[in-house]
Ligand binder design. Sequence first.
Ligand SMILES: [Zn+2]
Length: 55
Amino acid sequence: MVKCEECDAEIKIPEDSIEGEIVSCPDCGSSYELVKIEGGFTTKPAQVVGEDWGQ
Ligand SMILES: [Zn+2]
């Protein structure tokens, strides 16, 4: 279980997840990429491509 950096919600990580898998926050929809660490996973913001939010 990790926490969303945006809204602090808990994001469930399936036990069979693999490094590089994308998970989404159930509350705010932010996407994170799983990074394997000792004893589990942590997350980093996913590189979302194909969506142009403008400036
Ligand atoms: Zn969130």
